[in-house]
Write a protein that binds this ligand. Sequence first.
Ligand code: NDP
Length: 438
Amino acid sequence: MRAEIEHRNPAQPEFHQAVHEVLESLAPVLAAREDYAQAAIVERLLEPERQVLFRVPWQDDRGKVHVNRGFRVEFNSALGPYKGGLRFHPSVNLGIVKFLGFEQIFKNALTGLGIGGGKGGSDFDPHGRSDSEVMRFCQSFMTELQRHIGEHTDVPAGDIGVGGREIGYLFGQYRRITNRWEGVLTGKGRSWGGSAIRPEATGYGNVYFAAEMLHRRGEDLQGQTAVVSGSGNVAIYTIEKLKALGANPLTCSDSGGYVVDDKGIDVDLLKQIKEVERGRVSEYATRRGGSARYVAGGSVWDVPADIALPSATQNELGADAATTLIRNGVKAVSEGANMPTTPEAVDLLTAAGVAFGPGKAANAGGVAVSALEMSQNAARDTWTPARVEEELLRIMRDIHHTCYETAERYGAPGDYVAGANIAGFERVADAMLAQGVI
Ligand code: NDP
């Protein structure tokens, strides 16, 4: 099947990588379930239900016209409306969007909520663009995307390069064109339909997942040192929750380099630089004083710590980094980003007995709270932060339990990759079986 996938989806290495990892885990399930093979469940899962590619023309502040490419891959809606973020980054192409959309199917299934899998974005780079340029881009992007989405059809959220500002501009344009106020996007501002704890959810959820993995080993987060990569939405709230639970996050990074802070990252300063000023992590070291230093380039994984939480982007933690982490005695790696650890690195970590939480389980808190935002919007209701966080904690514990228990059931105790892939797959596959050949 490997060759067939590569032949049908040429030049999409990230998609191949995500699919191979899942198929490897599914071998024992597929061997036991002839009905899945009979109904070609895997073949159907690998083919997105719909893929939309479109032109996004926009004008910069000097009047120059730019053309970007927009994507929305509606992968699987057996469990509910397509759900998954929009990524604005120059590296975005169809293969990246398909890998993210494919992962999203299983992640969303693991939450236990009624959401299918999708993903989208553009090769637009918001870095260095003014607010008005970002607004004009978002308006042009939504002018086409609005034909394909809706509260019962497809509900996008944010991802790399798409935060509260972008969701606001996108939502405004949707409402203007359709004349409908509906929960068509999640990650909205609190005062206009957004859920409490949505900005925090992915990072907080990943820390809860890491804590559950440690509990299984008779440990907790108290006093553990942590390396975190990235300095965006996921990284910031990972760092915040690590501190709240007594751990000591030592690092953050961006594509230019990383910061080590021996006293632990100061979350307020990081938020000020990244969320308010939209600056770079190098400024953190300058403003923090003696305890922090900036390392241009280099690898954040060189910093010794008890746990590692990659929270930037795909394939950011390779075999060399895994070897260094193992040498430095890392106990757990929990993925805040999507597929940040290469397959070779995952093999090394698991062979060394490191607890490894794959993104489709560990970072599912973001989409879970997005689904709670959809429920609140549908009911015209607003839940308190305490209620949402309680739900988030419950969902992350359930996901951990499901992965752990499924891995045991299939003879792979402690293998969260197998547990997540199999449990997510079974839920979607059973729904597809029940719904016939479509
Ligand atoms: P942000 O745009 O808020 O932050 C991304 C961070 O990662 C920035 O620090 C950015 O640095 C860094 N980064 C991005 N691309 C690269 C690259 N190619 N090389 C090095 N650094 C890079 O994104 P999020 O925090 O929202 O997303 C981070 C990861 O988490 C992604 O993998 C995303 O898919 C995943 N995720 C996000 C969820 C969410 O709710 N937001 C939910 C589940 C998963 P720079 O500014 O220099 O580019």
